[in-house]
Design a protein around this ligand. Structure first.
Ligand code: F6P
Length: 535
């Protein structure tokens, strides 16, 4: 990893924070070109990257916009910034560290990563060859949870020989459900926490430990695993060294899927899943590093996202995986995008002049069609949609798959081309309606079209293509952060919430006078929710 001393002044501020977006003439040109660009239904634009087809035909485009985008990226020193990211430079200035998750999946990586990878493989091999632990309770939250949930559901959806329960929430019902139905003598408890300070994970881990102890398990700590950047904390907790796997400080929590956090995926499905995902992500890293801007999938996705959010004003992005196995892709991308880009201050500390990261939401199609697609089609706001579908299914009913693909293409087609008043009118008349009714109904049935979308087609859902897909979004987020001038690798808002929750937990568990700094409503509810004070 690169040294980071040259990135800060003696006062601890970044040496030369990037200029605010609003001061860049390149931004003004980009904005102007974006306003003039149109979605052209006769345009076809497909980029192939690491086995993924990204069809951006449904986005606003023009030659002028493409040129302005290249100038904007140059003004943001895109090449140098990308090199910093990929070589472990300090790209997270507010926490003064790298975000070097790409090193975790690089085929020829640094020795410490390779050694830890080997330890993990040996652990999995021993567990599998001895057929140990039929049950796994995976305890972790956010980045220590979503990626593993996603991979286990994607590749273990038809059932696995080990049963896995995920426990993230501090709500006691979560750990209650997570432990129920499992034989403690045949259960491995995996605690994944980069910081090993996260209240949810530590409390749920304690409940799991008590459960093992109550069942008379001979050495409960030997049935526990810790995956963390603070091995000393896990050791203090009682977990033996052989059961502690390392994450590094330079791996952001929401990127830790690429670390030993994926142990649960390997035990539940197969170690090949981790290897395949890493290979696919590494291929996307290579594409991101080498492809020219106009053919660079993450860059193009980032740029159209900026057009949609910062120029056209769309407040959200809808993720529509047309794949039942990818239900957890939505919260995964939600965390990746919203924790990374949910910021409105740039690295210099100034307010960004345009709206930044959109709200991300979604649900697998076709369920989504029967839930909120009406709003996407004809609601007053609308949202850009990322449609994701596989060309080939892994079940034996090709007819189902053709219907699924047809639905995916149909929704996108409607958003792209819409239906004019005349078309709607002709439809109504063809149904035999009287003219007056047809004219009235046509106004309800027309569809404006021109609503932006991406179509992402994977040949098949494999560990390789899923890995590439996740890396596609990661790099897209990086480029957007770069253009907006914000740091996508910190999460001070979340940290603030954690600190407040600590104070409130103390308040709720004590009889101390309520903190006079609390607002009236919080103070009122602390008094009422903590019940009668007997202490
Ligand atoms: O939500 C904030 C966050 O810090 C995430 O970035 C992270 O994935 C999650 O909390 C869990 O953190 P940890 O792995 O340290 O328990």
């Amino acid at each position: 990893m690169k040294q980071n001393i040259e990135t800060e002044t003696a006062a601890g501020r970044p040496v030369a924070p990037p200029p605010s977006l609003s001061t860049l003439p390149e931004w003004a040109h980009f904005e102007q070109a974006a306003r003039a660009a149109r979605i052209d239904p006769s345009r076809l634009c497909v980029i192939n990257a690491a086995g993924i087809n990204l069809d951006t035909s449904g986005q606003h485009a023009s030659e002028a916009l493409q040129e302005a985008a290249a100038d904007l990226l140059a003004a943001r020193n895109f090449n140098a910034a990308r090199e910093q990211l990929l070589s472990g430079g300090v790209v997270n200035p507010t926490e003064n560290r790298a975000a070097w998750h790409t090193a975790l999946r690089a085929p020829a990586t640094v020795p410490e990563v390779a050694a830890e990878r080997q330890r993990l493989i040996e652990f999995i091999h021993t567990a599998d060859s001895e057929r140990r632990w039929r049950n796994i309770v995976h305890i972790g939250i956010g980045g220590s949870d979503w990626g593993v949930r996603l991979a286990v559901a994607a590749f273990g959806y038809a059932g696995t020989w080990r049963r896995v329960h995920f426990v993230a929430n501090i709500d006691g019902h979560a750990i209650q459900g997570g432990l129920s139905g499992f034989d403690p003598h045949d259960t491995l408890v995996v605690m994944a926490s980069k910081s090993f300070t996260t209240a949810e994970t530590l409390e749920n881990g304690r409940r799991a430990l008590e459960w093992l102890q109550a069942a008379g398990v001979a050495d409960p700590y030997k049935q526990m695993i810790a995956i963390t950047a603070r091995p000393e904390a896990a050791r203090e907790w009682g977990i033996p060294d052989a059961h502690i796997f390392k994450i590094w400080d330079w791996v952001g929590g929401r990127f830790s899927l690429w670390s030993a956090v994926s142990l649960t995926t390997a035990l539940a499905v197969s170690a090949d899943v981790i290897a395949g995902m890493q290979a696919g992500a590494a291929a996307m890293d290579k594409h991101f590093a080498e492809a020219p801007i106009a053919e660079n999938a993450p860059v193009q996705m980032a740029l159209s996202g900026i057009v949609n959010r910062s120029v056209l004003g769309y407040g959200s992005l809808n993720i529509a995986p047309y794949d039942f196995r990818l239900a957890n892709l939505v919260p995964y991308i939600q965390q990746l995008e919203m924790e990374s880009l949910g910021k409105s201050v740039d690295i210099a500390g100034d307010r960004v002049s345009v709206p930044t990261g959109p709200a991300v939401w979604g649900m697998p199609g076709t369920d989504a069609q029967h839930t909120f697609f009406q709003w996407l089609h004809q609601g007053s706001d609308g949202a850009p949609v990322d449609f994701i579908v596989c060309a080939q299914a892994d079940h034996g009913w090709p007819h189902h798959h053709r219907i699924l693909m047809a639905h995916c293409l149909a929704q996108r087609q409607a958003l792209l081309r819409g239906k004019s008043y005349d078309e709607a009118l002709q439809e109504c008349l063809a149904d035999g309606m009287p003219l007056e009714r047809a004219q009235w109904l046509a106004r309800h049935r027309l569809h404006g079209g021109g609503r932006p979308s991406n179509l992402i087609i994977l040949q098949r859902l494999s560990p390789y293509t899923l890995g590439a897909l996740l890396a596609l979004y990661e790099h897209k987020v990086f480029v957007q952060g770069l253009v907006w001038g914000i740091n996508p690798f910190d999460q001070w808002g979340v940290e603030y919430g954690k600190v407040l929750a600590k104070g409130l937990t103390r308040m709720l568990e004590s009889c101390d006078p309520v903190d006079p700094g609390y607002d009236a409503s919080t103070a009122y509810w602390v008094e009422r929710l903590r019940g009668p004070c007997t202490g």
